[in-house]
Structures are given as C-alpha cells and as structure tokens.
Design a protein around this ligand. Sequence first.
Ligand SMILES: [Zn+2]
Length: 253
Amino acid sequence: MTTREPDLGRATGAARALLSRYGVTRPDHIDVEAICWGERLLVTHGPIAGADAWLLANSRVGTVRVREDIPYEGQRRFAIAHELGHWTLHRGVTQLHLDRPEQLRDYRKDPIEVEANAFAAEFLMPQALFESRLPPGPPDLARLVDVAREFAVGPTAATLRLVRMTEHPVMLVVHDGGKTFWYCRSTNCNLPPIKPGRPVPNAIAAGPLEDVFCRVAERREWYARSTKVSALREQSLRFPDSPTITLLSPVEA
Ligand SMILES: [Zn+2]
C-alpha cells in the first residue's frame, strides 16, 4: 500500500478530460466499454475467484477482466471505470491490479484505490451533469434512485456521490443483517460516526424491498448512549442480495 495522500484533483481532472475527448454531454453517452476500447483497454467478462475485477497492463495495452456474476449492471460499470482509472492514472505502478469489493469502496484508504474510485465516480457521474438532475433542498433518496438509473450506476454509488458533494448535513450508512458495514458523512454533517458492527434500528428491516422507506427515528435508536432528545430523518432502501443503504439527516427543531 502506498502511503502518500490521494490526489483527488488529478483523478477527477483526468476523468473530465477523457469525457471531453469522447464528446460526452449526456449520461447515455458514457459507454464505458467503448471508451476503454478507444483507450487500448480490452474489457472481458468471466469467472474470477476472490475479486470483482482485475487489470493486466503493460505500457501500451491492457486487459480488464470483470467478474461475470456481479449482480447489477451499475456495479459492473463501476468496476470497469475503476480499472480505467488505474489505467489512466497509475500506468506503470504495477502490471496487475486485483480489486476485491473492499478496494471498490476505498478500503483502508489506500491512495491508489481512493483515486481510482474518485476517477470512476466523476467518469460515470460527471459533477455538472449529476448536479443538474438533483432538485434543490435536502437529499431525497427516491429521486436519487431515478438519477442512478439514468446514469446506469448503482443507488449506493449515486448516494455516496451525492453525500460527497452536498452542503446539506447527511450521513450514508450501509448495513447488512442489522449491523453497520460502513458509513460516510457530508462535509457539514456533525452527526457522530456509526462504526462498523454497530446495530441499526430493527424497524428498517420491516421496510419493503427495492423501494424507498422513510421514517422519523429517535436519535437514541441510532445512538444508544445519546442523552440528546432529537429526531433523525431516515430514508432506507433494501435490496434482496446487497447491503441496505440508509440516509440519515437531523430533523430541524
Ligand atoms: Zn483498484
């Protein structure tokens, strides 16, 4: 693992330059495999054990292999865009990048992985186009699901993109089996962290599958030791075979 700080400006700048070179002005122009091909990167699909994708490259050409049984198209596109990020930003660093699902969510903050993910986020959801689809006001998960569909990305990737861009105080909590898996807070969110392994309110599990479920929760449902009496707006989306996402925001008094 590299120990330097990630250069997010370089990563997003490289993604924008590539989109501009291919004349992308609409979400449906972002044909990730065709752009890879134009960049001398062949994308193949097949079985892979223990990883979602890998990139094998020399200085001139590269091959991406994507696990064929990734369940969602958005996840598959994100994995390919992540490898395109390595190809664009990290050529020569290593001949083989092997990416498990942890790498595709900034695992342990390895700068190489953080940069490839920042590249993929900007490449698949260019900031100006993405912002133009979002109404003003606090984040609305149902609207984000529609935006994710338009950009052919997963709802989790779209929600994380929004949390990293918005000025509204909001926290994304990703959980599975009633326990927190990981979380991300927006810049202006001062809710305390919800660390991995912490329980989430049981009420979320009663919500429908693949439909946004909104509720107002008492703060102590999320923060058992909290002495503050306040409420949190909860918007959740459950999937049959992936972790649940919940967007939490403070309810204004
Ligand atoms: Zn990677």
